[in-house]
Design a protein around this ligand. Structure first.
Ligand code: ADP
Ligand code: MG
Length: 688
């Protein structure tokens, strides 16, 4: 039996169930097989009925004493109640709307039930179980201990309960589907991994806890190993490219720009700049990630690298994730390069078709040297005359796929520099950026005042905004961030529009207040941002559109309304908007949420400014899916490996992948498997 067969191939799955399964994304046998349990329950531990506790799920076995049938509700739903006893006591077990059970529930039969007991309605302390997690009829004489060990718990939905999943997966495994090995034999041996079939069997129906652990390790290893092979192959393919640009050591233009900076580079910046120069001067294309906390000064590295490529007669592109950020870079670069003859262009989807056309032509004719823009740089009409370097800023918003799309916009293979402020834990770096070399900037530029962070309840808002007013009167600026753009029906979340009106007509009357959010026209947005850069707007009320990159060193206050609505990493990014100048800065997180998790998260934020520590904490609290947004990184979702928990497995898998790349027979074994498993992600490297 082939795993590519539709789920209906197995016993017990008809068209109806198949339709429900499809809603969960399960259409093939492989999907079902890799629909891993999200938890397990240990049914080998049985509770005597007398010891059942209301509210606590338990497993018990007993004999049915009698069965009653009732009808209730408008649709006259059938309610079957069995009185089950085990010698220590009796408990009522109730099934709703399962008429087929009538034939099976007979006095004298033994059942094994897992469920959550509660006090029976009007039953004077009698326990009843209507939240049934699973049940099983036991054969005569069986105590239920023999065939019920650790049972899988699947993500069930309406119409597809645990029983269904267990039976279906069991049937699938019993049918012995073809499960060709996807790991080279010597990898399996060297890393002491379970054979594949045994792993699949034990991940669903573990023989014991140890076997379960081994099964998980094997499957997580397999998943991470294949991705690592893909990433390392990407890296190798780039290194072997003969069409890269070999930049010359820095000469006049680069040096002029470096010397014209109003500051000298920090040690971290200087080291990263050295890494970049070394890579750019190689014939193989650079693929480097610069990781540095918010405010560590990554933009200047982009500037220097772009100037270096221009100096070598090439064009450079800088891609930013938002219009505002692209604009900001464009303005800053134009200013920085005003005394040179470097031509800087801007491209975004919001230009008029005419403007866009003109820019496309100028790019193709090498009439601009540096193009700064948004995703629009990836659009079809863009063709560079000679693209020497691509820089992507705040890269976690661009995936592997977009990265290579931009690389294809020119005949030469450009160098790639990726900058991210989102501190990504090491395990995540290896999974998401496994094809890149990493430079880290660990320190902030000197003279920065630490940001003081406070958590305050809404009744303190008048005081908070009075303080904002005082600061504005002294020439400082402030951001006020709200979770919503406009008031939404029944939501009591503060919206930017409401807060904007509240402040400018109220406590901040006479102070220039601006509003910016994602639904405004670009021209309006630009005008407001420009006014804020020029300190013609003192207080900027916004949504998270200002989250990344915005750089106004004179801004010293950040107020976040309803702060518990934001993720930790996001709040840290927002906080990165202040503390960029020499004045003391304050971050005030407004929240009335007394929930433990909310308090814990805001407390952590107040206690540390270390973005790495915060990111790890955020990952731990919210899980990787939310941290990254599923598709932002362009890599396949992990089905079983956990980037936080499985560091050890990841490092082993990476090592194994490295070894594989060095062994011809292993590599040719893995290549077809890789291209089959991850077609989209690694297509271009596996078809060689
Ligand atoms: P990020 O890493 O968040 O992108 P930016 O590049 O926006 O940081 O830099 C933040 C601020 O620090 C900017 O105002 C920039 O001019 C300034 N800056 C960058 N490098 C230095 C330095 N070596 N010394 C002093 N200020 C610097
Ligand atoms: Mg930046």
């Amino acid at each position: 039996m082939q795993l590519t067969n539709p789920v209906q191939t197995i016993k017990g799955v008809g068209p109806k169930k198949a339709k429900l399964l499809a809603k969960l994304g399960i259409t093939s046998l492989r999907d079902l097989l890799t629909d891993y349990p999200r938890a397990y329950e240990d049914q080998s531990v049985q509770t005597p009925i007398a010891n059942l506790v209301p509210g606590e799920q338990a497993t018990f076995a007993g004999t049915i004493a009698n069965v009653t049938e009732k009808r209730a509700g408008r649709r006259s739903m059938m309610i079957l109640t069995a009185l089950v006893g085990d010698g220590t006591g009796y408990v009522q077990v109730t099934w709703f709307n399962q008429p087929f059970l009538k034939q099976k529930l007979k006095a004298g039969r033994r059942v094994l039930v897992t469920g959550r007991p509660a006090f029976a309605y009007g039953g004077r302390g009698q326990l009843a179980v209507s939240q049934i997690h699973s049940y099983e009829f036991l054969d005569d004489g069986a105590d239920g201990k023999d065939h019920l060990g650790i049972l899988p718990v699947y993500a069930a939905t309406d119409g597809l309960n645990q029983r269904f999943f267990r039976t279906a997966v069991r049937a699938l495994l019993d049918a012995k589907p073809e499960l060709p090995e996807v790991l080279p034999q010597d990898v399996i041996r060297a890393y002491h991994l379970l054979p594949r079939r045994e792993a699949f069997t034990n991940i669903h129906f573990p023989e014991d806890a140890e076997r379960l652990k081994a099964a998980r390790r094997r499957l997580a290893f397999e998943e991470l190993y294949l991705i690592q092979c893909g990433l390392l192959l990407l890296k190798k393919a780039a290194a072997e490219q003969q069409t890269g640009v070999r930049h010359l050591p820095c000469s006049r233009l680069s040096r002029t720009v470096l010397e014209s900076l109003p500051f000298s580079l920090t040690a971290g910046q200087a080291a990263a700049w050295q890494d970049i120069c070394r890579d750019m001067e190689q014939p193989a294309p650079m693929r480097r990630l610069v990781q540095g906390d918010v405010g560590s000064g990554k933009t200047v590295l982009a500037l220097l690298a772009l100037v270096k490529t221009v100096e070598n007669g090439c064009q450079g592109a800088l891609m930013a994730p938002t219009e505002i950020l692209a604009r900001q870079h464009y303005d800053a670069f134009t200013q920085q390069l005003a005394t040179t003859d470097v031509r800087v262009g801007f491209l975004s989807g919001h230009l008029t078709p005419r403007e866009r056309q003109t820019m496309h032509e100028r790019i193709a004719a090498h009439d601009v040297d540096i193009v700064i823009g948004t995703h629009a740089l990836l659009s079809d009409g863009v063709q560079f005359a000679k693209l020497g370097l691509v820089v992507t800023d705040e890269q976690h918003r661009f995936g592997v796929a977009q990265r290579s799309a931009l690389e294809k916009r020119s005949d030469v293979t450009p160098d790639v520099l990726v900058m991210t402020a989102t501190p990504i834990p090491r395990t995540m770096t290896l999974t998401v950026y496994g094809d890149l070399d990493v430079s880290q900037i660990k320190e902030l530029p000197p003279g920065r005042q630490p940001i003081r962070t406070f958590v305050r309840t809404t009744d303190r808002r008048p005081l908070i905004y009075k303080y904002v007013r005082t600061q504005a009167e002294q020439g400082r600026q402030a951001y006020v961030v709200c979770p919503l753009i406009e008031a939404e029906g029944d939501s009591d979340l503060p919206s930017a529009e409401e807060v904007y009106d509240e402040l400018r007509y109220g406590i901040l009357r006479g102070i220039p207040v601006g509003l910016v959010h994602g639904r405004m026209k670009d021209a309006e947005k630009d005008a407001v941002m420009q006014a804020f850069y020029d300190n013609k707007v003192a207080v900027l009320v916004s949504t998270t559109v200002i989250e990344v990159g915005v750089n106004v060193p004179n801004a010293t206050i950040l107020v976040v309304e309803h702060a518990d609505r934001f993720g930790l990493a996001q709040l840290h990014q927002l906080r990165g908007r202040i503390g960029r100048g020499t004045h003391a800065s304050f971050c005030i997180l407004v929240s009335d949420n007394k929930g433990e998790q909310a308090q814990q998260r805001l407390g952590i934020l107040a206690a540390t400014q270390d973005g790495f520590a915060l990111a790890e904490e955020d990952l731990r609290l919210r899980g990787p899916g939310q941290f990254f947004g599923t598709h932002q990184h362009g890599l396949p979702d992990l089905k079983i490996a956990d980037v936080l928990q499985d560091t050890d497995i990841l490092l082993e898998a990476r090592k194994a992948a490295q070894e594989t790349l060095g062994r011809k027979e292993n590599l040719s074994f893995v290549l077809p498997i890789l291209s089959e498993a991850y077609k989209e992600q690694f297509e271009h490297i596996t078809d060689t």
